[in-house]
Design a protein around this ligand. Structure first.
Ligand code: HEC
Length: 141
């Protein structure tokens, strides 16, 4: 038992040296959508910006593997699919925002326990969906 525990500790220390997950970048914000209101932006910021913008706030556990790997994967994948800070370039998933939020697919469920502020009430979901239609422009169609 003691030996097993020792092995677990050694592995936990060793994985901290894996290079993946250490870069906590926030590239410059180039262009945001033309938000129809500050409230719409605030909803998106609360629920989506950590993974879909260049304004990610990295929590303390972003420095600790294996959480750092999951986080890196979500931020890289999220930004690749949809980035509210790079609205200057085509965002082919903009049209899917309303559906993803309406169906409860986004924000990703496992993000919510650690980020209670990202939890949207049914009324807020409706506001966000309405705001998305008005704000995300031709890319949302
Ligand atoms: C914890 C990180 C995270 C949060 C928070 C998050 N997303 Fe995502 N999102 C992702 C990742 C990663 C993908 C890439 C595809 C996948 O893994 O499902 C994605 C994909 C998407 C897509 C493309 C889906 C498709 O394939 O059609 C849309 C649209 C989207 N997200 C919208 C949102 C919106 C709107 C919010 C806020 C209400 C949000 N996401 C919050 C991580 C996140």
């Amino acid at each position: 038992m003691k030996r097993l525990l020792g092995a677990v500790v050694v592995v936990l220390i060793a994985i901290q040296f894996v290079p993946y997950g250490h870069t906590h970048t926030n590239p410059p914000v180039i262009a945001e959508p033309h938000w129809d209101s500050p409230e719409t932006r605030a909803l998106f910021q609360r629920a989506c910006f950590d993974c879909h913008s260049n304004l990610t706030s990295y929590p303390w556990y972003a420095h600790i593997a294996p959480m750092s790997w999951l986080l890196q994967r979500d931020v890289s994948g999220g930004r690749q699919h949809l980035n509210f800070s790079e609205w200057n370039r085509p965002q082919r998933h903009a049209k899917d925002v309303a559906e993803q939020v309406d169906s409860g697919s986004m924000p990703l469920w496992f993000y919510l326990p650690m980020h209670p502020a990202a939890r949207l009430s049914p009324a807020e979901i409706q506001e966000l969906v309405a705001g998305a239609t008005k704000s995300l422009g031709p890319q949302a169609k």
